[in-house]
Design a protein around this ligand. Structure first.
Ligand SMILES: [Zn+2]
Length: 263
C-alpha cells in the first residue's frame, strides 16, 4: 500500500502504466463522538479500514494507493456540539469530483471512496460525485463504507460483525457507542479519554427513528451526551475483530464489483 502524498511523481507514472492501480480516497468529518472520543474519529476510521482492506486487494493483484483523507464533511446533526464542523454538500461533492478528475488525468482511474461518516446529506453528496465522475467517464468509481445505498453499508460494515457485540442492546448501538469506541481503542488508543468512560452510562433510551432518519439533532436526542449505545461495552479486542472483518468486507465488495485487475 502506497500513500499518494508520500511518493514522488515518477512512481505515479509507473503505477498508471502498470494498469493495476486502485486508489482509495478515505473520507471522514470533524464531528463530536461523545466526551471520550476525538472529533476526527470518522476520518481515522476510514484510514484504518483502508489499511485493513488493502492487503486483500493487493493479494488479488491490485497496486493500492491511498490518497490523502478528506477530513471535512457534512455534519449537520451534531452541529450544536463544540468543534463539529460542517461543509455544504455541494462543497464536498466538488472536492470528490475534482480529486477524481485529477487522478484520472494521470491514469489513476479506478477510485474507491471509503466513507467513515454516516450522515444522509454527506452520503448523498458522495453519491452525486460518483454519478458525475461516471457520467464524465472520468473513472470507475465505487463508494464504500457508509454509502447512500443502505445495502452497501450493510455489506461493508454490518455483515458478520453482530457476534462481536458485547452490549446488552446491540440494536441500540450507534454513533460513539460500542463499535466506534472499540475501533478507537484498538486503532488509535492514545486519542481515547478512557478515564471518562466509567461516567458514560449506557444510552439505550433514545428516539431511534429520529437518530436513523436524522430528523432531530444529536444534542436534543442525547441530552447533550453525544453518544448512542454503550461506550462501556467497548474493548480493544472487539475493535481488532471489527477492523479485520470490515476491511475484508470492503475488499470483497470491490472485488465482486470489479474483479481482479485485467479480468
Ligand atoms: Zn462516527
Amino acid at each position: 500500500m502506497l500513500e499518494l502524498a508520500k511518493i514522488p511523481f515518477p512512481e505515479v507514472k509507473r503505477l498508471a502504466d502498470g494498469g493495476r492501480a486502485l486508489t482509495i480516497l478515505p473520507v471522514g468529518v470533524v464531528e463530536e463522538h461523545g466526551a471520550h472520543l476525538p472529533l476526527g474519529l470518522d476520518s481515522f476510521a476510514a484510514e484504518t479500514y483502508s489499511a485493513s482492506a488493502a492487503p486483500h486487494l493487493e493479494q488479488a493483484g491490485y497496486d493500492v494507493v491511498v490518497a490523502p483523507t478528506i477530513n471535512y464533511g457534512v455534519a449537520r446533526a451534531a452541529i450544536d456540539f463544540p468543534g463539529t464542523l460542517s461543509l455544504e454538500p455541494a462543497t464536498l461533492r466538488s472536492m470528490v469530483v475534482e480529486i477524481g478528475r485529477s487522478l484520472s488525468r494521470h491514469g489513476l482511474n479506478r477510485l474507491v471512496v471509503l466513507n467513515g461518516h454516516r450522515d444522509l446529506h454527506h452520503m448523498k453528496a458522495l453519491d452525486d460525485a460518483r454519478a458525475i465522475l461516471v457520467s464524465e467517464k472520468a473513472a470507475q468509481i465505487l463508494v464504500v463504507g457508509f454509502a447512500y445505498d443502505p445495502e452497501m453499508t450493510v455489506a461493508c460494515y454490518r455483515d458478520g460483525v453482530k457476534q462481536f457485540y458485547q452490549s446488552p442492546r446491540p440494536d441500540r448501538e450507534g454513533h460513539g457507542g460500542e463499535s466506534e469506541t472499540s475501533v478507537a481503542l484498538h486503532s488509535f488508543p492514545e486519542l481515547v479519554k478512557t478515564e471518562v468512560i466509567p461516567e458514560l452510562t449506557p444510552n439505550f433510551d433514545y428516539d431511534v427513528e429520529a437518530f436513523r432518519n436524522e430528523t432531530k439533532d444529536y444534542w436534543s436526542i442525547t441530552d447533550g451526551r453525544g453518544y448512542f449505545g454503550s461506550p462501556q461495552a467497548a474493548t480493544a479486542a472487539t475493535g481488532a475483530k471489527l477492523v479485520a472483518i470490515r476491511g475484508a468486507n470492503i475488499a470483497n465488495v470491490i472485488l465482486k464489483t470489479w474483479g481482479k485487475p485485467g479480468s
